[in-house]
Design a protein around this ligand. Structure first.
Ligand code: HEM
Length: 193
């Protein structure tokens, strides 16, 4: 099946992706310029976003036909933060993002989810750098970016087909794109803050 919609979606977020990749706080990871303290702070900021986003996504995509539970990532952030010295009590105190876009239907939920599914690809680049830079092993300290060893290529291929099929049968492409863009703007602002 030609992936026309996914191509459109990809093009719509690429300027925001370039911003995150080239000048956001995450850019220090592949450059191996990040200290352990800075890395932990990045994970805490991500936690504050992913925690809220995954609750929103879960409530909107539960009837979409996608097995979303298998794609939840906050547990990997918790695993990394605890490895780096946080306690369960300290996680509760991490500030969470208040500037999320309003997500009110399934396509919008899928648009937000697309960001996190796509970011698994870049996560593999980051996890390689983290292993080299900090000597991490065994998915300890870099579980989030490495998707804790899950089959990222297979998951991504499945997700892309699912999205293409969803838009062809249910519509909602514009809502997906708007939510993905708004979500990316919020994430970039949140990570920079
Ligand atoms: C330093 C940070 C980042 C790096 C190095 C990076 C790198 C990459 C790479 C290598 C790919 C796959 C290759 C490609 O299709 O061009 C990719 C795709 C993607 N990334 Fe990132 N990324 C970063 C940050 C992010 C962030 C913060 C997000 C949003 C949560 C994100 C979302 C995506 C998405 C949605 C795709 C899939 C694009 C598509 O539809 O094909 N990335 N990234």
């Amino acid at each position: 099946m030609p992936s026309q919609f996914m191509q459109r979606l990809r093009e719509s977020i690429m300027p925001l992706h370039d911003e995150a990749e080239k000048s956001g706080p995450l850019s220090a990871i592949p450059e191996k310029l990040v200290t352990l303290q800075e890395y932990r702070r990045i994970l805490e900021r991500l936690y504050g976003f992913v925690f809220v986003a995954e609750n929103i996504i879960q409530s909107q995509v539960q009837h979409s036909g996608l097995d979303y539970k298998a794609r939840i990532r906050v547990d990997h952030l918790v695993k990394d933060l605890i490895f780096l010295g946080n306690t369960r009590e300290s996680l509760i105190k991490i500030p969470v993002c208040q500037g999320m876009p309003v997500i009110r239907n399934t396509p919008q939920g899928l648009g937000l989810l697309y960001l996190f599914e796509g970011s698994r690809l870049g996560g593999l680049v980051l996890s390689k750098a983290l292993k080299e830079h900090f000597g991490f092993r065994g998915y300890h300290g870099y579980a989030y970016f490495a998707s804790n060893g899950m089959e990222v290529a297979t998951m991504w291929a499945y997700f892309k087909d699912f999205m293409e099929n969803y838009v062809q049968t249910q519509g909602g492409g514009d809502d997906i794109i708007i939510a993905a863009k708004k979500g990316f703007v919020s994430l970039n602002m949140w990570l920079a803050g």
